[in-house]
Design a protein around this ligand. Structure first.
Ligand code: ATP
Ligand code: MG
Length: 281
């Protein structure tokens, strides 16, 4: 500043009088009196803390996007054989008369395959760049498919799954993404109920041209003070390793992408009901 007589857009960190640290952008010129003696400076100091944070967030999102793209290719390839491993192990596990040590080994295989699947799913969730498919989707069939995939978890916890699938029209949508939404919500319900709990899944169609999927459970419910947070990315009440807090955030994004809405009602006494409304297109 002394050399040039001014500075323009100089970025620095300052401390405010109340002790906060802020990112600042300074533009200043030196001031001289009539005798050409330096007597001070005029400066404009801009607080750019928020802008800086936003920039950092955008950079992080960019990085996540490219990691996602890279991971998606690999993850997709691993996902199918892994699904087959889990399917067959699940089938073997449900056979009667297995020697206990064989059952234990199979359980270890199943649990570890499940962990791999979870990691892959999380990676795939970040790779949403894949263009959405647009094909006729039968939501009742998707629900049947998902409940089949989750049958081992459902039986293991002795959950009563009630289905009330009514006649509904097909709608143009992305079946892979909607399958993920249904899976996320039912999985949350499975986690929320006690052993022997009940989960109900129903479908209906209203006169406004919307399909409604309702998934309710008689589990522990969501405390009122957390209602505003469940769709936040990375919000979870599950212990580390059991939930990343992305299930509902991703589901919310997918349903919105399809022009629909996702809402819920929950209380400790009655459990939780999630409703997904999708337009028939
Ligand atoms: N049916 C439900 N009953 C009770 N709490 C629920 C239910 N569904 C969601 N929640 C609450 O909302 C939180 C966020 O759910 P979300 O599916 O986004 O993440 P997660 O299940 O914790 O982890 P992830 O789905 O990524 O494995 C859960 O941790 C839980 O506290
Ligand atoms: Mg979840």
């Amino acid at each position: 500043m002394k050399k040039e007589g001014f500075v323009k857009d100089y970025e620095t960190v300052l401390k405010t009088v109340d002790g906060r640290t802020i990112n600042a952008l300074i533009t200043a010129t030196l001031r001289y009196d009539e005798e050409d003696k330096l007597c001070g400076f005029d400066a404009i100091i801009k607080d750019i803390t928020t802008w800086k944070k936003l920039q950092e967030q955008m950079a992080r999102a960019d990085k996540l996007a490219s990691v996602g793209q890279l991971a998606a290719g690999v993850a997709h390839e691993i996902n199918n054989p892994l699904g087959i491993i889990m399917g067959y192990t699940g089938m073997l596990l449900s056979e009667d008369g297995l020697p206990p040590e064989v059952k234990e080994d199979l359980q270890t295989i199943y649990q570890n395959a499940e962990t791999c699947k979870k990691i892959i799913e999380d990676l795939l969730k970040f790779s949403r760049q894949s263009p959405a498919k647009h094909e006729p989707v039968d939501l009742n069939a998707l629900i049947e498919e998902v409940s089949g995939l989750l049958s081992y978890q459902i039986e293991e916890k002795e959950i009563i799954l009630k289905k009330d699938l009514n006649e509904i029209p097909t709608t143009m949508a992305d079946p892979d993404k909607l399958r993920q939404v249904i899976m996320n919500i039912i999985l949350n319900a499975i986690h929320a109920v006690e052993v022997g709990g009940t989960i109900k899944v129903s479908t209906s169609h209203d006169e406004n041209g919307f399909i409604c999927i309702e998934i309710s459970d008689n589990g522990h419910g969501i405390p009122e003070e957390l209602h505003g947070r469940v769709f936040e990315p990375f919000f979870t009440t599950k212990p580390p390793g059991q939930g990343t807090g992305l299930g509902l955030a991703v589901s919310y994004g997918i349903v919105r992408e399809h022009g629909g809405t996702i809402t819920f009602e929950s209380s400790r006494q009655r459990g939780t009901t999630f409703r997904v409304h999708l337009p028939v297109v």
